[in-house]
Design a protein around this ligand. Structure first.
Ligand SMILES: [Fe+2]
Length: 129
């Protein structure tokens, strides 16, 4: 098995792309189409779960010392995104939409640049490119 660090980078790019899709929809005033927004929020939630599983598998394989701490951050996000999904699906209004979209941008940019950066030396030490 030849593992590659860029697998995670690609996943991060995809997540940021989905978040940008959400912002674009809003900017184009297509957010009135609440079903479309719900679909993208769900797509993002599902993809994030898949992405966390990828990271957490590496943590386990390489016995990451900060695994528990990092997984706790993922779990907080899992709860939060469920809450946002329910909230949006119930209310479907612009205010909720903006809160979600701002939260997503801030959360992912912070997480990628801080939490995720910390495990890069471990992946490299284990031969990931
Ligand atoms: Fe992470």
């Amino acid at each position: 098995m030849y593992l590659k660090h860029y697998e995670i980078d690609e996943q991060h790019k995809k997540i940021l792309m989905i978040i940008n899709n959400l912002s674009d929809l809003f900017a184009e005033k297509k957010h009135q189409d609440s079903d479309e927004i719900s679909k993208i929020i769900k797509k993002l939630a599902d993809y994030a779960i898949y992405h966390f599983q990828t990271e957490e598998k590496y943590f386990q394989d390489f016995r990451y010392e900060k695994a528990a701490e990092h997984i706790a951050v993922h779990n907080q996000y899992r709860l939060k995104i469920d809450e946002w999904q329910r909230n949006y699906n119930e209310k479907k209004d612009d205010k909720v939409f903006l809160e979600i979209s701002n939260f997503l941008k801030e959360w992912w940019i912070w997480h990628i640049n801080n939490n995720d950066r910390e495990y890069v030396p471990l992946l490299k030490a284990n031969g990931l490119k």
